[in-house]
Ligand binder design. Structure first.
Ligand code: HEM
Length: 359
């Protein structure tokens, strides 16, 4: 036993990892980090890891060229052992991540997690959140099926209605006026290299500020240094590993029984295909339906841009140190009104696009 310990110590020294391992072993975090009310932060982390792993497996089979992309996805999904599970896990993980990150943001909003000294934890969180739609938009085109192709056309036309930058952005994204081979290559590079790099960077910034500022204490409890500490290893790490196992098994089973959708191959000449907006974009889509013609810019740039700016600036607008939601009625009410409007728009969109039969 003693000899094994000595050997692993020598190996760590030889790899120059001994100081790092000792540092991690001695790390302590606030015991409130184990509270199940913080479940969504840990779950987001686990889902991001799962997305990276399943994405890497899919990349082994994927060919980013219009003539081959669809067949490569179809082959990996239906002919490779567990190919449908891997693609399904990727598909369900990003859907779940959107919900979980949304709940994580809501919790931070309710318990005043954005208040000083955690302004940068909040701002870096907003940056992480803004990257997620970019992942979905670029990923949607990769299978080169009807839904992905025609959803990209709709998004391009929405994007080009943004004044000054819109047209330029669409041309940059596609590498030309049409969604062809250059567009697919660019979407692939963005989805597998640039965006993952940015996501890791922003998550690292998020964790960095969390580390230095500490998590907030219970609403009726101690703050900062006064909180009880628990060792990071094994307490927090075990929780993450347990979550990872459970989520992988559950999403694996879901994908096994309900495989991720793959429509017909893209047909750029079939302009009769109308893609249904996905759940996460329903409220924005409904705004675009309300503000038509010259007013489109209100729906595509002014309202979403204003909302993002408001969320980003929240720690500087709501400056009182009070964290308890019952004593922050005005802020909670404004949040509830904005949330209800978005929900109502999404419901309207759902009824219009998913429940009303096409004439
Ligand atoms: C992939 C995305 C994200 C990951 C992996 C992530 C991860 C985490 C983790 C592990 C924690 C510590 C545990 C907890 O308090 O839940 C945390 C705390 C926090 N996060 Fe995130 N987060 C993400 C997105 C966001 C977003 C979108 C926001 C808000 C805009 C945000 C704001 C915060 C705040 C304010 C805290 C501190 C809460 C407190 O101490 O009460 N995070 N995050």
């Amino acid at each position: 036993m003693m000899e094994t310990q000595n050997r692993s110590k020598t190996l760590l020294e030889w790899l120059a990892l001994d100081t790092l391992v000792a540092w991690v072993r001695d790390l302590e975090v606030s015991s409130h980090g184990l509270s199940w009310s913080r479940f969504c932060g840990s779950l987001s982390l686990v889902l991001v890891v799962l997305l990276f792993i399943s994405g890497a497996f899919m990349a082994f089979y994927y060919s980013p060229a219009p003539g081959a992309a669809y067949d490569s996805v179809d082959y990996a999904q239906f002919n490779i052992p567990f190919g449908d599970v891997v693609r399904g896990v990727h598909y369900y993980a990003w859907n779940l991540l959107l919900v979980v990150v949304g709940l994580h943001l809501l919790r931070a909003f309710f318990v005043g997690g954005y208040k000083p000294p955690r302004e940068m934890v909040w701002i870096s969180g907003v940056l992480v959140m803004l990257i997620l739609p970019a992942f979905i938009i670029t990923g949607d085109l990769l299978p080169w099926d009807q839904k992905g192709y025609w959803s990209t056309q709709v998004r391009n036309s929405i994007m080009s209605s943004v004044p000054v930058l819109g047209d330029f952005l669409v041309r940059m994204l596609q590498g030309g006026p049409r969604t062809g081979i250059v567009a697919l290559t660019r979407f692939y590079v963005l989805h597998t290299i640039i965006l993952p790099g940015l996501l890791l960077l922003f998550i690292a910034v998020h964790v960095h500020f969390l580390w230095y500022r500490g998590i907030s204490g219970p609403l009726a409890g101690e703050e900062g240094d006064q909180q009880k500490k628990v060792p990071f290893v094994p307490n927090i790490v075990n929780r993450w590993l347990f979550l990872f196992l459970v989520v992988t098994v559950v999403l694996g089973l879901v994908s096994w029984y309900w495989p991720a959708p793959l429509g017909d191959p893209a047909d750029p000449t079939d302009a009769t295909y109308v893609p249904n907006p996905e759940w996460w974009v329903l409220s924005l889509n409904q705004l675009v339906a309300i503000f038509k013609g010259p007013l489109t810019v209100i729906a595509t740039a002014i309202i979403p841009g204003g909302l993002v700016a408001l969320i980003m600036a929240l720690p500087f607008i709501d400056r009182s140190p009070e964290r308890h939601p019952a004593r922050r009625k005005k802020t909670i009410l404004i949040g509830a009104v904005i949330g209800s409007i978005l929900l109502a728009l999404a419901l309207m969109g759902y009824i219009e696009h998913h429940l009303t039969p096409l004439e």
